[in-house]
Write a protein that binds this ligand. Structure first.
Ligand code: UT7
Length: 373
């Protein structure tokens, strides 16, 4: 027998954050040449949430993170690692994960961003679980956060009807009890990178007045091609993840697919020969929130009592890159702990700490001279 313990990564906390403002299809139809009937019949989406000016990917992520830590009953200072995944990060750099680290007061955590578009949450969960299995981390926070409505051209009916904003977070914790993340597969095909992309603002096409005036800073998508790709890979990735966990489709209670289009989910369900009620679907109220869509759907199903401890789920995502991936998880729930921690309190302390650190850096700069900074 191995002298090393077998470690499992359990999902012990979960939380979401969605902006208050709701944009309905009928409101959209006053902005662009579309209709509620077309959007519902072609996508299943009825409305989506849109960020307010003072909100951003980092603020939504921090709100979701605090809720997840509250459920897990874990102090932010006990986190070893924060992985934030987003296709609409706060900046090219610094990483949104570092801004979240500062906002929640995760004083001992490493933090980095991971970009795998709408598959990001699957990739992040897999990566977080690997850190735990290897013994490199005990407590990991993963957050999917998006403000893609800031990157859509509101005159392009092909894309602006699809996307919505929101964030979802999981806390992963180490345990020797079997369960948690049971398998994870990740795939990519960069030959389809141009099918869903944001052409300008990176090193290939830095921002210029021309890139802005020609709309290169907006999302560009070949909807039909992405649709065909998605319909094919959901069933395939689901089967692969189930096989990797040593299970059968019948062992799975619910499938939580990336919420892009109801017709894509219906097509996957036909391929898998299961009924639609074995899938969690909430895209009618959120639209496509990219990497946030899977945790948003999971959290809602937990709240509705559709997911209970011991249930086995497949979480399956696909998106730009092209990327796709799936994971089987056995739902755990929070670990029992003796005393209740209050992550909200840490949020206030985090603000104070951040302010003091900035102040100290300023004083240091005055003492040593700005030119030495
Ligand atoms: O997270 C991954 C991100 N992306 C996706 O998952 C997107 C996957 N693709 C899709 O969901 C679908 O392809 C769309 C919803 C984007 C489009 O639906 P579709 O059934 O593939 O429509 P289409 O592009 O084939 O267009 C059919 C018609 C076209 O008119 P004509 O050429 O037949 O006269 C479009 O111009 O529908 C028209 N159209 C619209 N009409 C009213 C396209 N968008 C709209 C619209 N309202 N919003």
């Amino acid at each position: 027998m191995s002298e090393y313990p077998t470690r499992y990564a359990h999902i012990t906390g979960w939380g979401t954050a969605v902006p208050e403002k709701v944009l309905t299809n009928c409101e959209l139809a006053t902005m662009v040449d579309t209709s509620d009937e077309w959007i519902v019949s072609h996508t299943g989406i009825k409305e989506r949430h849109v960020v307010a000016p003072e909100e951003s990917s980092a603020t939504l992520a921090a709100d979701a993170a605090i809720k997840a830590l509250d459920v897990a009953n874990l102090d932010p200072s006990e986190l070893d690692l924060i992985i934030v995944t987003s296709a609409s990060p706060e900046h090219l750099f610094p990483a949104t994960a570092c801004l979240v680290q500062d906002r929640i007061g995760a004083t001992k955590a490493g933090a980095f961003d991971l970009l795998a578009a709408c598959s990001g949450f699957i990739y992040a969960m897999n990566m977080g679980a690997q850190y735990i299995r290897s013994g490199a981390a005990k407590n990991v926070l993963i957050v999917g956060t998006e403000t893609l409505t800031r990157f859509v051209d509101w005159q392009d009916r092909n894309t602006c009807i699809l996307f919505g904003d929101g964030a979802g977070a999981f806390v992963l914790q180490e345990s020797e009890t079997p369960g948690g993340v049971l398998s994870g597969i990740m795939r990519s095909d960069g030959s389809g990178g141009d099918l869903l992309c944001l052409p300008a603002g990176g090193s290939k096409m830095p921002a210029t007045a021309e890139t802005v005036s020609t709309g290169q800073h907006f999302i560009h998508m070949n909807g039909r091609e992405v649709f065909r790709f998605a319909s094919r890979v959901i069933a395939q990735a689901t089967r692969e993840a189930i096989a990797a966990a040593g299970l059968k489709l019948d062992d799975i209670k619910l499938i939580v697919p990336h919420q892009a289009n109801l017709r894509i989910i219906e097509s996957a369900v036909r391929h898998l020969e299961i009924s639609l009620d074995r899938c969690v679907v909430n895209l009618d109220r959120y639209g496509n929130t990219s990497t946030a869509s899977i945790p948003l759907a999971v959290c809602e199903a937990v709240q509705d009592g559709r997911i209970q401890p011991g249930d086995r789920l497949v979480l399956v995502g696909f998106g730009g890159g092209l990327t796709w991936g799936a994971s089987v998880v056995e739902w755990s729930g929070p670990f029992p702990t003796k005393h209740k921690v209050r992550p909200l309190k840490y949020r206030v302390l985090a603000r104070l700490r951040s302010w003091l650190l900035r102040g100290a850096r300023h004083v240091e700069g005055l003492i040593w001279g700005r030119e030495n900074q």
